[in-house]
Design a protein around this ligand. Sequence first.
Ligand code: AMP
Ligand code: FE
Ligand code: FE
Ligand code: ZN
Length: 278
Amino acid sequence: MPYDLHTHSTASDGTTSPAAVVAAAARAGLTGLALTDHDTGAGLAEAVAEARRLGVVLVPGVEVSTSHQGRSVHLLAYGDVAGDPHLAAVLAGTVASRRDRLRRIVDGVRRAVPDLRYEDVLARVPDGVTPGRPHVADALVAAGAVASRDEAFEELLAEDGPYYVAYRAPDLEQTVRDVVAAGGAPVVAHPGSRSAADVLDRTTLEALVAAGLVGLEVDHRDHDAAARARLRAAAGELGLLTTGASDYHGAGKQNRIGENTTPDEVVARLLPRAAYAS
Ligand code: AMP
Ligand code: FE
Ligand code: FE
Ligand code: ZN
């Protein structure tokens, strides 16, 4: 029975609470899900409680922001990695850098949209929530400057747009090692997406496998059929598992929970059952 191994809640840039994400997975008929907020495990306790109540399996996780050759690469880390002291410190550093950068993005975007107020953005990211461009997008929607998050990302918040500011993130290969040392299972998130694809060549993937990488997220909305075939072949040659997931963000993205899934047998090979909550 399938699992959705990549979802977001209001602990980062999703629009639904951790409990509501779990409830959506249960309604979709999934056996289980992983809650994988950006750079935080703050939503996990609530998700675990709701998963127990509804009888679905909760795989704890975090989507760790990392950097490789100057590009942003997202690494899904399954298991209680946010509870590991070293990784917790790494994640806290990323969140702090994301906070500094939020201010700088807002300062830039205000040149085009003077009505955008930093206070309105900050109000959307209380302590414990990982700030991201989607929070600026929501403030832009509230200010009437754009109609949706998608429209905000087209120009004002685009990575190749005039107001983009990067944040500090840990090295990809080192993070794979850190996740393994914490007892977790690292899987590259959407490896075919625009930012990551160019820098994930075979040499890099081989180094990541040597560092302890266990899988590639192949079935993801950002990947067309050709990309999935290429990634599946690479995974086969490198002895990696392949996963599928929705990257659900509530109302913040079109992605529907359970639109891509991972079979039970693959989940069982990712992590020992004792690492799940059910
Ligand atoms: P950041 O982590 O602050 O650089 O923002 C990137 C995040 O924005 C990604 O993790 C996505 O969840 C989200 N995102 C990217 N593109 C879009 C889009 N077109 N519409 C809504 N959310 C998006
Ligand atoms: Fe996101
Ligand atoms: Fe991601
Ligand atoms: Zn994600």
